[in-house]
Write a protein that binds this ligand. Structure first.
Ligand code: ZN
Length: 103
């Protein structure tokens, strides 16, 4: 059994290059899909979980402002803009009732 020398032609080179490009594209696509799947998995894993203790949080609504509350470690978390809303609302002593809510 001996080795055959494969003569490369410009056409064969071109085809080979196309094959490599296709494989590369495929690999990138697979990676993209994996990244998306990983993102989804992480979201499912962490979504509505307390960043402090990892327990599941409950969304509660106070005067139209939704907050995420962890009853395990007593942490309270706000979504973007909600704290500002709360500060605005505090002008009519809402803050007082807000804090007394968790006592
Ligand atoms: Zn917690």
């Amino acid at each position: 059994m001996g080795y055959r020398t494969i003569k490369t032609t410009p056409e064969a080179e071109y085809i080979k290059k196309q094959e490599i490009l296709t494989l590369k594209k495929k690999a990138l696509e697979i990676k993209k899909q994996q990244d998306e799947a990983e993102k989804k998995r992480l979201k499912e894993l962490h979504y509505m979980h307390c960043p402090k203790c990892g327990e599941k949080m409950d969304e509660i609504e106070l005067n139209g402002i939704k907050i995420d509350k962890c009853f395990s470690c007593n942490g309270t978390f706000f979504d973007d803009g909600e704290l500002e809303e709360l500060i605005d609302a505090s002008k009519d002593s809402f803050m007082k009732s807000f804090f007394s809510f968790f006592k």
